[in-house]
Ligand binder design. Structure first.
Ligand code: NAP
Length: 334
Protein backbone atom coordinates (compact mmCIF):
# COMPACT_ATOMS: atom_id res chain seq x y z
CA UNK A 1 0.00 0.00 0.00
CA UNK A 2 0.97 3.60 -0.51
CA UNK A 3 0.03 5.81 2.45
CA UNK A 4 -0.80 9.33 1.28
CA UNK A 5 -2.03 12.70 2.47
CA UNK A 6 -4.54 14.16 0.03
CA UNK A 7 -4.96 17.93 -0.23
CA UNK A 8 -8.72 18.01 0.38
CA UNK A 9 -9.82 21.63 0.02
CA UNK A 10 -8.49 25.13 -0.34
CA UNK A 11 -8.24 27.04 2.97
CA UNK A 12 -10.32 30.19 3.14
CA UNK A 13 -8.36 31.42 6.16
CA UNK A 14 -5.69 29.60 8.17
CA UNK A 15 -4.70 26.15 6.97
CA UNK A 16 -5.92 23.40 9.32
CA UNK A 17 -5.62 19.63 9.66
CA UNK A 18 -9.09 19.32 8.12
CA UNK A 19 -7.71 20.50 4.77
CA UNK A 20 -5.95 17.14 4.41
CA UNK A 21 -7.18 13.58 4.29
CA UNK A 22 -5.29 10.33 4.94
CA UNK A 23 -5.68 7.66 2.29
CA UNK A 24 -4.16 4.28 1.48
CA UNK A 25 -3.77 3.69 -2.24
CA UNK A 26 -2.25 0.96 -4.36
CA UNK A 27 1.50 1.02 -4.82
CA UNK A 28 2.32 3.07 -7.95
CA UNK A 29 4.16 1.40 -10.82
CA UNK A 30 6.89 3.10 -12.82
CA UNK A 31 5.95 3.35 -16.49
CA UNK A 32 8.36 3.78 -19.39
CA UNK A 33 10.77 6.65 -18.62
CA UNK A 34 9.67 6.71 -15.00
CA UNK A 35 11.30 5.99 -11.68
CA UNK A 36 9.69 4.58 -8.53
CA UNK A 37 10.99 6.35 -5.42
CA UNK A 38 10.51 5.49 -1.77
CA UNK A 39 10.12 8.78 0.04
CA UNK A 40 12.50 9.14 2.99
CA UNK A 41 12.46 12.79 4.06
CA UNK A 42 9.97 15.55 3.30
CA UNK A 43 10.87 19.20 3.33
CA UNK A 44 8.34 21.34 5.22
CA UNK A 45 8.15 24.68 3.43
CA UNK A 46 6.12 27.86 3.95
CA UNK A 47 5.73 27.90 0.17
CA UNK A 48 3.38 24.90 0.44
CA UNK A 49 0.86 27.37 1.87
CA UNK A 50 1.41 29.73 -1.12
CA UNK A 51 0.65 26.90 -3.54
CA UNK A 52 -2.80 26.52 -1.91
CA UNK A 53 -3.66 30.20 -2.26
CA UNK A 54 -3.43 30.62 -6.02
CA UNK A 55 -1.12 30.37 -9.00
CA UNK A 56 2.37 31.58 -8.11
CA UNK A 57 5.65 30.49 -9.65
CA UNK A 58 3.89 27.13 -10.00
CA UNK A 59 0.23 26.23 -10.68
CA UNK A 60 -2.17 26.23 -7.73
CA UNK A 61 -2.61 22.89 -5.95
CA UNK A 62 -5.61 20.88 -7.09
CA UNK A 63 -7.90 19.53 -4.33
CA UNK A 64 -8.16 15.74 -4.42
CA UNK A 65 -4.51 15.21 -5.32
CA UNK A 66 -1.56 14.12 -3.18
CA UNK A 67 -0.22 17.09 -1.22
CA UNK A 68 2.76 18.46 -3.12
CA UNK A 69 6.06 18.45 -1.29
CA UNK A 70 9.73 18.55 -2.14
CA UNK A 71 11.61 15.62 -0.65
CA UNK A 72 14.47 13.17 -0.87
CA UNK A 73 14.14 9.43 -1.34
CA UNK A 74 15.63 6.23 -2.68
CA UNK A 75 15.01 4.69 -6.08
CA UNK A 76 13.40 1.26 -5.72
CA UNK A 77 12.67 0.56 -9.42
CA UNK A 78 13.55 2.31 -12.64
CA UNK A 79 12.42 2.23 -16.24
CA UNK A 80 14.56 5.25 -17.10
CA UNK A 81 18.20 5.31 -18.21
CA UNK A 82 20.56 6.82 -15.66
CA UNK A 83 18.56 5.79 -12.58
CA UNK A 84 19.03 2.53 -10.69
CA UNK A 85 17.69 1.04 -7.45
CA UNK A 86 19.59 2.47 -4.49
CA UNK A 87 20.14 5.90 -6.08
CA UNK A 88 19.30 8.86 -3.88
CA UNK A 89 17.08 11.45 -5.60
CA UNK A 90 15.18 14.64 -4.86
CA UNK A 91 12.03 16.04 -6.41
CA UNK A 92 8.39 16.91 -5.80
CA UNK A 93 7.67 13.54 -4.19
CA UNK A 94 4.53 14.52 -2.27
CA UNK A 95 3.23 13.49 1.13
CA UNK A 96 3.29 9.74 0.52
CA UNK A 97 5.41 6.61 0.87
CA UNK A 98 6.10 6.09 -2.84
CA UNK A 99 6.10 8.31 -5.93
CA UNK A 100 6.38 7.20 -9.58
CA UNK A 101 7.76 10.18 -11.49
CA UNK A 102 9.27 10.90 -14.90
CA UNK A 103 13.06 10.79 -14.70
CA UNK A 104 13.32 14.45 -15.73
CA UNK A 105 11.37 15.47 -12.61
CA UNK A 106 14.11 13.99 -10.41
CA UNK A 107 17.63 15.02 -9.60
CA UNK A 108 20.28 12.60 -8.37
CA UNK A 109 21.96 13.55 -5.09
CA UNK A 110 25.18 12.48 -3.41
CA UNK A 111 24.43 9.38 -1.26
CA UNK A 112 27.47 10.15 0.90
CA UNK A 113 25.72 13.24 2.30
CA UNK A 114 23.28 12.93 5.17
CA UNK A 115 19.66 13.13 4.16
CA UNK A 116 19.18 16.05 6.60
CA UNK A 117 21.89 18.00 4.76
CA UNK A 118 20.39 17.17 1.35
CA UNK A 119 16.97 18.45 2.41
CA UNK A 120 18.35 21.41 4.37
CA UNK A 121 21.62 23.25 3.91
CA UNK A 122 22.47 21.48 0.64
CA UNK A 123 18.89 21.56 -0.64
CA UNK A 124 16.59 24.39 -1.68
CA UNK A 125 16.97 25.94 1.77
CA UNK A 126 20.71 26.47 1.56
CA UNK A 127 20.81 27.38 -2.12
CA UNK A 128 18.03 29.93 -1.62
CA UNK A 129 20.06 31.60 1.10
CA UNK A 130 23.27 31.59 -0.98
CA UNK A 131 21.69 32.77 -4.23
CA UNK A 132 19.52 35.41 -2.55
CA UNK A 133 22.46 36.77 -0.61
CA UNK A 134 25.28 36.64 -3.14
CA UNK A 135 23.55 36.78 -6.54
CA UNK A 136 20.75 39.21 -5.65
CA UNK A 137 21.95 41.09 -2.56
CA UNK A 138 25.70 41.14 -3.30
CA UNK A 139 27.02 42.15 0.14
CA UNK A 140 30.33 43.93 0.67
CA UNK A 141 32.50 43.49 3.76
CA UNK A 142 31.64 45.97 6.48
CA UNK A 143 28.06 46.48 5.34
CA UNK A 144 25.19 46.02 7.78
CA UNK A 145 22.99 43.10 6.74
CA UNK A 146 19.59 42.50 8.33
CA UNK A 147 18.06 39.01 8.04
CA UNK A 148 14.44 38.36 9.01
CA UNK A 149 13.13 34.89 9.79
CA UNK A 150 16.72 34.46 10.89
CA UNK A 151 16.20 31.42 13.14
CA UNK A 152 14.46 29.56 10.32
CA UNK A 153 15.88 27.34 7.64
CA UNK A 154 16.80 29.85 4.94
CA UNK A 155 17.40 32.69 7.40
CA UNK A 156 19.90 30.81 9.57
CA UNK A 157 22.04 29.98 6.53
CA UNK A 158 21.74 33.51 5.09
CA UNK A 159 22.75 34.98 8.44
CA UNK A 160 25.87 32.82 8.75
CA UNK A 161 26.83 33.37 5.11
CA UNK A 162 26.63 37.14 5.60
CA UNK A 163 28.89 36.84 8.66
CA UNK A 164 31.38 34.86 6.54
CA UNK A 165 31.19 37.64 3.92
CA UNK A 166 32.56 40.06 6.52
CA UNK A 167 29.33 41.94 7.18
CA UNK A 168 27.86 43.20 10.41
CA UNK A 169 24.80 40.97 10.68
CA UNK A 170 21.60 41.54 12.62
CA UNK A 171 18.98 38.80 12.81
CA UNK A 172 15.27 39.14 13.50
CA UNK A 173 13.29 36.28 15.05
CA UNK A 174 10.32 35.66 17.31
CA UNK A 175 11.20 35.29 21.00
CA UNK A 176 14.22 35.59 23.27
CA UNK A 177 15.22 31.94 22.90
CA UNK A 178 15.44 32.18 19.12
CA UNK A 179 17.35 35.47 19.41
CA UNK A 180 19.87 33.69 21.63
CA UNK A 181 20.35 31.11 18.87
CA UNK A 182 21.12 33.90 16.40
CA UNK A 183 23.92 35.25 18.58
CA UNK A 184 25.27 31.69 18.95
CA UNK A 185 25.33 31.45 15.13
CA UNK A 186 27.49 34.57 14.90
CA UNK A 187 24.98 37.42 14.60
CA UNK A 188 26.30 40.71 15.94
CA UNK A 189 22.86 41.59 17.30
CA UNK A 190 19.40 40.03 17.41
CA UNK A 191 15.97 41.64 17.48
CA UNK A 192 12.86 39.94 18.85
CA UNK A 193 10.04 41.18 16.62
CA UNK A 194 7.49 40.03 19.20
CA UNK A 195 8.96 42.20 22.02
CA UNK A 196 6.77 45.20 21.22
CA UNK A 197 9.25 47.90 20.15
CA UNK A 198 10.31 46.63 16.76
CA UNK A 199 11.17 49.88 15.02
CA UNK A 200 13.20 51.25 17.97
CA UNK A 201 14.91 47.90 18.54
CA UNK A 202 15.92 47.71 14.88
CA UNK A 203 17.28 51.24 15.00
CA UNK A 204 19.30 50.41 18.12
CA UNK A 205 20.63 47.17 16.62
CA UNK A 206 21.62 48.92 13.37
CA UNK A 207 23.17 52.24 14.52
CA UNK A 208 24.78 52.76 11.08
CA UNK A 209 21.59 51.88 9.22
CA UNK A 210 20.90 48.84 7.04
CA UNK A 211 22.69 48.36 3.72
CA UNK A 212 21.18 45.01 2.77
CA UNK A 213 17.97 43.45 4.05
CA UNK A 214 17.45 39.73 3.34
CA UNK A 215 13.72 39.54 4.00
CA UNK A 216 11.94 36.25 4.62
CA UNK A 217 8.85 37.62 6.33
CA UNK A 218 7.62 40.94 4.84
CA UNK A 219 4.73 42.46 6.88
CA UNK A 220 5.50 44.35 10.08
CA UNK A 221 9.22 43.55 10.03
CA UNK A 222 9.64 44.97 6.53
CA UNK A 223 7.66 48.06 7.40
CA UNK A 224 9.71 48.63 10.55
CA UNK A 225 13.03 48.11 8.74
CA UNK A 226 12.35 50.53 5.87
CA UNK A 227 13.12 53.74 7.81
CA UNK A 228 16.52 52.31 8.83
CA UNK A 229 17.56 51.52 5.24
CA UNK A 230 20.60 53.49 4.07
CA UNK A 231 20.64 55.43 0.80
CA UNK A 232 21.40 52.98 -2.00
CA UNK A 233 20.39 49.99 0.14
CA UNK A 234 19.05 46.71 -1.24
CA UNK A 235 16.09 44.69 -0.04
CA UNK A 236 16.17 41.06 -1.18
CA UNK A 237 12.59 39.77 -1.10
CA UNK A 238 13.07 36.07 -0.44
CA UNK A 239 9.71 35.36 1.19
CA UNK A 240 6.68 36.84 2.90
CA UNK A 241 5.83 34.20 5.48
CA UNK A 242 3.95 36.68 7.71
CA UNK A 243 1.19 36.97 5.11
CA UNK A 244 0.92 33.45 3.68
CA UNK A 245 -1.49 31.87 6.16
CA UNK A 246 -4.47 34.20 5.99
CA UNK A 247 -7.45 34.86 3.79
CA UNK A 248 -6.18 38.06 2.22
CA UNK A 249 -2.72 39.64 2.21
CA UNK A 250 -2.75 43.03 3.93
CA UNK A 251 -2.07 46.22 1.99
CA UNK A 252 1.35 47.68 2.57
CA UNK A 253 3.89 47.98 3.91
CA UNK A 254 3.58 51.73 4.38
CA UNK A 255 6.65 53.52 3.04
CA UNK A 256 6.57 51.81 -0.36
CA UNK A 257 7.33 53.43 -2.71
CA UNK A 258 8.02 56.76 -0.96
CA UNK A 259 11.02 55.50 1.03
CA UNK A 260 12.29 53.50 -1.94
CA UNK A 261 12.48 56.73 -3.90
CA UNK A 262 13.89 58.97 -1.18
CA UNK A 263 16.58 56.43 -0.20
CA UNK A 264 17.20 55.15 -3.79
CA UNK A 265 16.54 51.60 -2.61
CA UNK A 266 16.49 48.50 -4.81
CA UNK A 267 13.83 45.99 -3.77
CA UNK A 268 14.10 42.74 -5.71
CA UNK A 269 12.32 39.43 -5.48
CA UNK A 270 13.79 36.17 -6.71
CA UNK A 271 12.85 32.50 -7.05
CA UNK A 272 15.70 30.08 -6.52
CA UNK A 273 14.40 27.78 -9.29
CA UNK A 274 15.35 30.48 -11.84
CA UNK A 275 19.02 30.17 -10.87
CA UNK A 276 19.69 26.54 -11.81
CA UNK A 277 22.98 27.45 -13.45
CA UNK A 278 24.30 28.74 -10.09
CA UNK A 279 23.23 25.68 -8.08
CA UNK A 280 26.62 23.92 -8.39
CA UNK A 281 28.47 27.00 -7.12
CA UNK A 282 25.99 27.42 -4.26
CA UNK A 283 26.08 23.74 -3.30
CA UNK A 284 29.85 23.50 -3.36
CA UNK A 285 30.31 26.64 -1.23
CA UNK A 286 27.73 25.42 1.27
CA UNK A 287 29.23 21.92 1.40
CA UNK A 288 32.68 23.35 2.00
CA UNK A 289 31.46 25.59 4.81
CA UNK A 290 29.62 22.68 6.44
CA UNK A 291 32.63 20.38 6.17
CA UNK A 292 34.95 23.04 7.57
CA UNK A 293 32.55 23.70 10.44
CA UNK A 294 32.16 27.34 9.40
CA UNK A 295 28.37 27.13 9.38
CA UNK A 296 25.89 25.03 11.29
CA UNK A 297 22.68 23.76 9.77
CA UNK A 298 20.08 23.46 12.52
CA UNK A 299 17.32 20.96 11.80
CA UNK A 300 13.92 20.23 13.29
CA UNK A 301 13.05 16.67 12.32
CA UNK A 302 9.49 15.41 12.86
CA UNK A 303 8.99 11.63 12.88
CA UNK A 304 6.42 9.92 10.67
CA UNK A 305 4.38 10.63 7.55
CA UNK A 306 1.24 10.88 9.71
CA UNK A 307 2.66 14.08 11.22
CA UNK A 308 3.17 15.95 7.92
CA UNK A 309 0.10 18.24 8.13
CA UNK A 310 0.80 19.13 11.77
CA UNK A 311 4.42 19.88 10.87
CA UNK A 312 3.27 22.39 8.25
CA UNK A 313 0.97 24.08 10.78
CA UNK A 314 3.79 24.17 13.35
CA UNK A 315 6.19 25.71 10.83
CA UNK A 316 3.76 28.50 10.02
CA UNK A 317 3.30 29.04 13.78
CA UNK A 318 7.06 29.42 14.21
CA UNK A 319 7.63 26.33 16.34
CA UNK A 320 10.78 25.38 14.42
CA UNK A 321 14.41 26.35 14.75
CA UNK A 322 16.24 25.66 11.51
CA UNK A 323 15.02 23.39 8.75
CA UNK A 324 11.73 21.61 9.48
CA UNK A 325 11.48 18.20 7.82
CA UNK A 326 9.46 15.01 8.22
CA UNK A 327 11.17 11.64 8.28
CA UNK A 328 8.97 9.10 6.49
CA UNK A 329 9.36 5.80 8.26
CA UNK A 330 9.84 2.55 6.35
CA UNK A 331 6.31 1.83 5.09
CA UNK A 332 4.56 -1.27 6.45
CA UNK A 333 5.47 -4.32 4.40
CA UNK A 334 8.43 -2.64 2.63
N1 NAP B 1 12.50 32.92 -3.07
C1 NAP B 1 12.69 31.61 -3.04
O1 NAP B 1 13.08 30.99 -4.02
C2 NAP B 1 12.43 30.87 -1.76
C3 NAP B 1 12.80 29.52 -1.61
C4 NAP B 1 12.58 28.90 -0.37
C5 NAP B 1 12.00 29.62 0.68
N2 NAP B 1 11.62 30.92 0.45
C6 NAP B 1 11.01 31.71 1.52
O2 NAP B 1 11.93 31.83 2.57
C7 NAP B 1 11.21 32.10 3.76
C8 NAP B 1 11.73 31.19 4.86
O3 NAP B 1 11.41 29.84 4.53
P1 NAP B 1 11.98 28.66 5.41
O4 NAP B 1 11.74 27.41 4.68
O5 NAP B 1 13.35 29.00 5.85
O6 NAP B 1 10.99 28.69 6.67
P2 NAP B 1 11.40 28.93 8.16
O7 NAP B 1 11.95 30.32 8.27
O8 NAP B 1 12.22 27.81 8.65
O9 NAP B 1 10.01 28.84 8.92
C9 NAP B 1 9.08 29.84 8.89
C10 NAP B 1 9.36 30.87 10.02
O10 NAP B 1 8.58 32.01 9.74
C11 NAP B 1 8.48 32.74 10.92
N3 NAP B 1 7.18 33.42 10.96
C12 NAP B 1 5.96 32.87 10.97
N4 NAP B 1 5.02 33.83 11.03
C13 NAP B 1 5.68 35.01 11.05
C14 NAP B 1 5.28 36.38 11.13
N5 NAP B 1 3.98 36.72 11.17
N6 NAP B 1 6.22 37.33 11.12
C15 NAP B 1 7.52 37.00 11.09
N7 NAP B 1 7.98 35.73 11.03
C16 NAP B 1 7.05 34.75 11.01
C17 NAP B 1 8.62 31.75 12.08
O11 NAP B 1 9.74 32.13 12.84
P3 NAP B 1 9.59 33.12 14.11
O12 NAP B 1 9.44 32.24 15.31
O13 NAP B 1 10.86 33.89 14.09
O14 NAP B 1 8.37 33.93 13.89
C18 NAP B 1 8.89 30.42 11.39
O15 NAP B 1 9.85 29.66 12.05
C19 NAP B 1 9.73 31.87 3.45
O16 NAP B 1 9.11 33.12 3.27
C20 NAP B 1 9.77 31.10 2.15
O17 NAP B 1 8.62 31.30 1.39
C21 NAP B 1 11.83 31.54 -0.72
Amino acid sequence: MNRQWIYRERPTDKVALTHFEWREAALPVAGPGEVLVRVQMLSVDPSQRIWMAGPSYRPMLVPGTVMACYGVGEVVASKAPGFAPGDRVEGDLGWQDYAALPAQALRKRDPARSIEQLVGALGITGTTAWIGLFEVGRPSPGETVLVSGAAGAVGSIALQAAVLAGCRVVGVAGGAAKCGRLIAMGAHAAVDYKAGALRADLRAACPDGIDLFFDNTAGDVLEAALPSMNVGGRIVCCGAVSVYDQARAPAGPRGVPALLIARRLRMEGFVVLDHAQRLPAAESALARWLDEGRIVAPTHVVQGLAQAPQALLDLLAGLNVGKMMVRVEQPPGA
